[in-house]
Write a protein that binds this ligand. Structure first.
Ligand SMILES: [Zn+2]
Length: 352
């Protein structure tokens, strides 16, 4: 299967196409914007535009290079995504392992090009950075250019340690080889090291309209939701297709879990505790963040409904929303969901 088409973003695509056609597209850029808004999909579009045999410019979509990019099989497109930490002890072996792990992810995405969030513990390990550095200095395989996409750059391990990895990465970002374009994506640019961020030209990716999200769900999802379920999904997505896809299985799991938690907190009966502890280990971390999103949305709806009434209730809910958002942020990292949920529930008891 090939990549799904891009919905919306017309004016952004026009601007990008203009920059590509006039060869003014920067060599090292940072796509920022909310999680799930489509930053990596847009980066792939830019890669296609750079590698297109009729380019550079808006990709023609039909030449062999365009088709290779759409099928995630272009040898000069290097897409780095967070992976589990390689297990090998020897650094050279680790690089090989990272390359294999990336290959496995790409194979998955070729068979199902609607990817979700990376697993909670995956990262751009030191081995990935070494691989990136090595590939950047190789000559292009089949075209005039190479394109690197570094998705979810908040997960760069250089954030934590290893001066060597940081230096290797900074060197490439500072002076990319002439035939190389690097597109880094991050929902939170401030989570990147300032030294990394300052070497990138930032481009903000805006949210989609509800109509665009609706059109995507209707056309690209195997069993699209209908009626009220569809509208609820669109509301939860807040202009981000990735968020609309997280509840792709059609279940109302996150909504139900959020309602259960909220009811338990308000009854002060501590029934949230068994829930927090007995949950399946939120193996799909997306379920957990999905539940937090549903919780924040419910609280926001309540605030809207009561606006005008003013008073303590609103104040408490606004603070509760902040707490939920902070928990969500921690959940993106390595926070233990069970523990985070237990702490959150206790805090909400005091606020609601
Ligand atoms: Zn083309």
């Amino acid at each position: 299967m090939s990549l799904r088409p891009i919905y919306g973003q017309k004016s952004l695509l026009d601007r990008l196409a203009g920059a590509l056609a006039s060869s003014r597209f920067p060599q090292a850029v940072l796509f920022t914007g909310p999680a799930g808004v489509g930053k990596q999909r847009l980066a792939l579009w830019v890669a296609q535009g750079l590698l297109c045999l009729n380019g550079p410019g808006a990709p023609c979509g039909s030449c062999s290079h365009c088709r290779q990019v759409l099928g995630l099989g272009h040898p000069d497109l290097h897409w780095f995504v967070p992976i589990p930490r390689p297990k090998a002890g020897d650094p050279a072996k680790q690089v090989e392992e990272a390359q294999e792990l990336l290959g496995e992810v790409m194979a998955q995405r070729r068979s199902d090009p609607l990817w979700g969030r990376p697993e909670g513990l995956s990262s751009h390990a030191l081995a990935s950075v070494r691989l990136f550095h090595r590939l950047a200095w190789m000559t292009p395989f089949s075209g005039a250019r190479k394109v690197f996409i570094l998705g979810d750059a908040e997960r760069l391990i250089v954030q934590e340690a290893s001066q060597e990895a940081a230096n290797a990465l900074l060197k490439v970002l500072e002076e990319p080889p002439a035939d190389t374009t690097i597109i880094v994506t991050a929902a939170d640019p401030h989570a990147l090291l300032p030294t990394v961020r300052s070497r990138l030209v930032a481009i903000r990716i805006p949210r989609l309209t509800d109509d665009e999200v609706r059109a995507f769900l209707k056309a690209e999802v195997k069993t699209p939701p209908k009626g009220a379920a569809l509208e609820r999904r669109i509301l939860l997505a807040e202009g981000c297709i990735g968020r609309a896809l997280r509840t792709e299985d059609g279940s109302d799991g996150p909504d139900r879990a959020a309602a259960l938690l909220l009811a338990a907190v308000r009854e002060r009966n501590r029934s949230w505790l068994p829930m927090a502890l007995a949950q399946p280990p939120w193996a799909a971390r997306g379920d957990f963040t999905g539940m937090l999103d549903a919780l924040a949305l419910t609280l926001r709806d309540e605030v809207r409904r009561e606006a005008g009434g003013g008073g303590q209730k609103i104040e408490g809910r606004l603070r509760a929303i902040k707490r939920v958002e902070a928990t969500r942020e921690a959940a993106q990292g390595n926070a233990n969901p069970q523990l985070a949920l237990a702490v959150l529930a206790a805090d909400l008891e005091a606020l609601l």
